[in-house]
Design a protein around this ligand. Structure first.
Ligand SMILES: [Zn+2]
Length: 269
């Protein structure tokens, strides 16, 4: 099997191992000149070699991994803080990445279309096993481009990692598309974002005062709407708390009615 035509430019094929479900390909970089990332000075004095393992697109249903041998160079610029730097190939992979750019792009598209967990299951079926948390990280690299200035938006809390780190997501309600993700759920951050997006006429939000105060401060002209999901969620929580205080045996009829309402609310979520 001649794999050379499928490989990145400036890499030479060294060996291959074809297993039952995987293909391992050895490569060595052919460029013997590097560019220091700190001072941009070209260098050709080799310090050592190092190896990286990168995932590529699957071939014939087999997962492909590349064992890439790269150089480390001395930086001879006496004013530079870097004395040694590693060779890279940014056209094909980024520093610290574990897969080629061309293998990451389809994963990003699948994750954005389906969500991280369904995407992980789909990728496993297409010989691209990847953890859902990795898919989340890949999704976060997406550059959201918007030329459109939204008029009606929704803001809600967004979990980067459930229970650990939260942000806020902004949705364009007219286009039904996410338009931005804020690094936290603090009111000041939302205020700053709204300051950069004038002309918003309507904002849906949860019922907490954090977002409400931020919206009132940044764009007092906007109509604020408590969204249906949070209204129903709050209704269910209040009714469950109320029912917990009641004697179930003595209020059977009202108890059944309330349970029915809770189920109805949960279904509408
Ligand atoms: Zn340098």
């Amino acid at each position: 099997m001649d794999l050379s035509l499928l490989l990145p430019d400036h890499f030479q094929f060294t060996d291959q191992h074809i297993g039952e479900s995987t293909i391992q390909i050895g490569l060595i970089a052919t460029q013997n000149v590097g560019c220091c990332p700190a001072c941009q000075t070209p260098a050709n004095q080799v310090h050592s070699f190092y190896q990286r393992t990168l995932t590529d697109l699957p071939i014939c249903g087999k997962a492909v991994s590349l064992r890439v041998h790269l150089r480390k160079f001395f930086c001879r610029n006496s004013n530079c803080t870097r004395k040694i730097f590693a060779q890279t190939a940014p056209a094909y992979f980024c520093p610290y990445d574990r897969r080629l750019n061309r293998a990451e792009q389809p994963l990003q598209a699948i994750a954005l279309q389906t969500g991280a967990r369904p995407a992980a299951r789909l990728c496993a079926l297409t010989s691209q096993p990847v953890n859902y948390s990795t898919l989340l990280r890949i999704s976060h690299k997406t550059v959201v481009q918007t030329q459109h200035m939204p008029k009606r938006v929704g803001v809600d809390t967004f979990a980067f990692r459930k229970g650990r780190r939260y942000g806020a997501i902004l949705i364009d309600l007219d286009r039904h598309q996410p338009i931005d993700v804020l690094p936290n759920r603090e009111g000041k951050t939302l205020e700053d974002w709204l300051g950069l997006h004038p002309g918003i006429e309507l904002i849906t939000r949860d019922r907490s005062s954090v977002y409400a105060n931020a919206i009132t401060t940044a764009c007092p002209q906007a109509v604020q709407v408590a969204d249906r999901w949070h209204l129903l969620a709050n209704l269910s929580e209040v009714m469950e708390r109320f029912l917990d205080t009641q004697e179930r045996t003595s209020t059977s009829q009202s108890w059944q009615l309330c349970q029915h309402l809770i189920r109805l609310g949960q279904t509408c979520h």
